[in-house]
Design a protein around this ligand. Structure first.
Ligand SMILES: [Zn+2]
Length: 335
């Protein structure tokens, strides 16, 4: 990993913008690299040490915009900030340039590449973050949205942590972010996730799902912008001053849990998905929630999809076509 260069001089006061450079030789560039933008800010000797990231998936846009805006705001407001903040607005530049979840270079999902045992371009991005950036911080906040294949209610998320003290600390930060929905999630496949890696080190980790559908959503942007300021205030990075007052009002957050695979509705056939409910609706266990229409038959052939739990629709599939096992709905239960 020693060959990865970074422009930032960590530990220096003020705001710096630069890149770290992932080696990626190409036919037209023998020593080619992928420059990943990184912003670093430090003020004072004491304060929180934070890493804010976005763009692990290249089809999720609210976080990357909000993080760049945050850097502009920090630079433009002469405020007594306290602490260190590392921002990587877009971790997976090749994926975002192609507007896809996975990297076009190696087909990998960056948020399944946080492992010491993988090799290639995408794992190299993860390994730089694991080896050189995460040791510098105590808190990691990673922005996600639903991307091309999911649309979520605007939400802040944490995992169902087994350590009681970390669970309470994380829950307090979750509440401070002030999204309309807070979700405590049991991850279906947590291997190689940034989330799992950071939690395993005993550091605080938060993430979001701010709508999706492969576009920039206005409500997701508003939640991201206000939430960032509220979170920085919660960690003691920004003081409670007039300039931020309008962002620091109390917001109502409703807590949900997604405790098991039963909370996901999946079809067993390929076809066109017709939802019978929309985001935020409540549904009952056993209720018909969607239809999957086959188009290859002259008859009406429909697979009926039922909810296996009582709850609220926290995510749906914004695409008509679906295949066996796709997530059509994620249903959360109010706590
Ligand atoms: Zn994502």
């Amino acid at each position: 990993m020693s060959e990865i260069q970074c422009d930032i001089k960590f530990g220096h006061e003020g705001l710096q913008r630069g890149h770290f450079y992932i080696p990626c030789p190409r036919n037209d560039s023998a020593w080619g690299v992928i420059p990943i933008p990184i912003i670093y800010f430090k003020s004072g000797e004491a304060g929180p040490r934070l890493l804010f990231t976005g763009g692990a998936h290249g089809d999720e846009f609210e976080g990357p915009i909000a993080l760049r805006n945050l850097a502009e705001m920090i630079e433009s407001k002469d405020v007594d900030y306290k602490g260190e903040l590392i921002i990587i607005p877009v971790m997976n530049i090749p994926a975002m340039k192609s507007s896809q979840r996975l990297s076009p270079l190696d087909g990998r999902d960056l948020n399944r590449s946080f492992s010491k045992h993988l090799e290639g371009v995408t794992p190299s991005i993860a390994q730089y973050i694991m080896n050189f950036l995460i040791p510098k911080v105590d808190v990691v906040f990673d922005f996600h949205s639903g991307g091309n294949s999911l649309d979520f209610v605007p939400s802040i998320l944490m995992h169902n942590l087994s350590d009681a003290s970390m669970r309470e600390k994380t829950k307090a930060a979750l509440k401070a972010f002030g999204a309309p929905y807070a979700i405590i999630l049991e991850e279906i496949d947590a291997t190689g996730m940034l989330d799992t890696y950071v939690e395993g080190l005993g550091k605080l980790f938060l993430t979001t799902e701010l709508r999706g559908g492969g576009k920039v959503n206005l409500d997701g942007m508003q939640v991201a912008h206000n939430g960032l300021i509220r979170l920085l205030h919660f960690f003691g990075f920004i003081p409670e001053i007039e300039a931020f007052k309008s962002h620091l009002q109390n917001y109502d957050t409703t807590f949900f849990e997604v405790p098991s695979e039963k909370c996901f509705c999946r079809p067993s056939t390929t076809g066109v998905f017709e939802p019978l409910f929309k985001l935020g609706d409540s549904v009952k266990k056993g209720e018909l929630v969607g239809l999957v229409h086959s188009i290859e038959s002259c008859e009406t052939v429909v697979e009926k999809v039922y909810s296996q739990v009582d709850g609220y629709i926290l995510a749906d599939r914004p695409k008509a076509w679906c295949a066996p096992g796709d997530s059509l709905f994620m249903i959360g239960q109010k706590i």
